[in-house]
Design a protein around this ligand. Sequence first.
Ligand code: C2E
Ligand code: MG
Ligand code: MG
Length: 339
Amino acid sequence: MLAAPFLIEGHEITISASIGISIFPDNGTDTTELLQQADSAMYAAKRNGKNRVMYFTPELGSSVRERLNLENQLRGALLRREIEVYYQPEFDVSTRRLVRFEALARWQHPTLGSVPPNKFIPIAEECGLIVPLGAFILERACQEAVTWQSISGYPIQVAVNVSTIQFRRESFVEEVEQALRHTGLDPKLLQIELTESVMLDGMERASNTMKRLRAMGISIAVDDFGTGYSCFSYLPRLPFNVLKIDRSFVRELGKRSEMKAMIQALVSLAHDLNMQVVVEGIETSQQLEMVETLGGNQVQGFLLGRPTPNPKSLLASASTMIPPTDDHSVLVPLNKTNS
Ligand code: C2E
Ligand code: MG
Ligand code: MG
């Protein structure tokens, strides 16, 4: 019944339900405990792709405890300055220049060590911490980017990943304006990376927010394109100007011949829609060469540079705007110019 779409003011709305079940007395003997376990099962159902029913299990209990523990620690992490921002370079294929750094969050936990963003960002999203966390990363990244321009002598953008939860807030555009105002970063030097889930709130709403950002001069990229349930029809309807092809395509590039055709098709689609293409996850010179022939505009990957807490060292060491090369023979040295 729930799966059937509702028609509200001319819009077709589809909803799904994630259900968690706990059973008396196996999973608990009072209502508080039973509700907690059912809640854990419900969150597990969401994490496993939503729209499903899951029963509580003891294993779920321990993973929930671990998650709760991380959540509690994450609450203090910002205050304790355990969240850091690393920066990974991206290069233009035709000019061979460094064009931007992507800001990537890192959590240096005093005992757990480095907690990867794939682990703590989803927790921050679930408990709402993504809002202060995202605002901190945005401001920090803009602050850092301001300092690059004078070192490099030409404009270098910073790309900041923004969670859909942050993006859908009424005040999001004002928060971006505020970060730019505080730091003095030129809006043209900011790229915001969104994922395809932004359209789940409705195309019109996402499009309006994006238009306001674009009007300020900010670039907007659709990140990890090709993962999940990519729906091509929304692309022309949302004002993205950059498409980032997910690294899963590149990983398979040498192994599955159809991947070449897929990347080529995505590049051609993006170019027809006036979007630039960034290809993620370049790890070998062969992959780089193939992406060049397939027409990708910009590249990012471990071959070209890993995320670093100190991007200035890359800029300072460069009269050539490429990473320390040696084994990256495909990239030729560049001269720094101001064009
Ligand atoms: P993303 O935005 O797609 O970022 C690229 C990820 O790919 C980064 O992982 C980067 O280290 C990794 N990567 C880059 N080149 C290569 C390569 O050649 N090979 C391999 N195997 N990996 C490569 P990271 O830093 O672990 O971030 C993972 C994801 O976490 C990001 O994916 C992004 O979705 C999310 N994330 C990171 N920082 C933030 C943040 O500040 N805010 C939000 N909302 N999400 C973030
Ligand atoms: Mg990204
Ligand atoms: Mg990505």
